[in-house]
Design a protein around this ligand. Sequence first.
Ligand SMILES: C[S@@+](CC[C@H](N)C(=O)[O-])C[C@H]1O[C@@H](n2cnc3c(N)ncnc32)[C@H](O)[C@@H]1O
Length: 216
Amino acid sequence: MAAEPAPDVLDAFEAAKGFMPVKEGLALYAAAAEAAALGLPLMEIGTYCGRSTLLLADAARAAGVSVITVDHHRGSEEQQPGWDYHDPDTVDPQVGRMDTLPTFRRTLHRAGLEDHVIAVVGRSPQVAALWNTPLAFVFIDGGHTDEHAVADYEGWAPHVAEGGLLVIHDVFPDPVDEWTGQAPYRIYLRALDSGAFTEISATDSLRVLRRTGAVV
Ligand SMILES: C[S@@+](CC[C@H](N)C(=O)[O-])C[C@H]1O[C@@H](n2cnc3c(N)ncnc32)[C@H](O)[C@@H]1O
């Protein structure tokens, strides 16, 4: 049976702002729990308000490792004012731009998971350029344009340790299903084509790949 998050964490996940359905969240947790057994950190690209981070933090807590979650906290294209996924409550009225960092911090604090998460506020490619630590798990759920998805793949996939997992969200093979484009689908195909990753599960739009080869 797949590992499951603690009941209070699952409650917090369901109550948190965000877009991930429970079924995908459970698959994300199971993958994170499995990968965390490698004893290496877990990485998330795209924190938003911390909905998925809660699950990764619970898996990290159980294994005694840390989660690093990267976001500039200014929102993706489809989350800006005027777009379908905009939440006006995420706008900082003093600055006039989105700022999801305060909500993220409250989400994590309420769940008692702050000690297991390192939040990095910045742009994914800039952080990736400085990164030099092998990772048990990389979850790509950042910007959904080709520019952002490709940068996330190129910046982070090489850091997945042998036997570790690369998880990609919002993979829509059928363009009819797309809501923010098919860039995540294209990096998923690229990961498989590289020969470095093998798919181990698919749960709706969540794909879990294991690093089984050397070259990304
Ligand atoms: C779909 S949301 C993440 C949802 C979150 N994983 C969850 O399940 O609730 C995407 C996030 O990626 C962030 N983002 C987009 N492009 C980014 C980039 N280049 N660097 C860092 N963060 C980015 C946005 O600010 C946004 O918060």
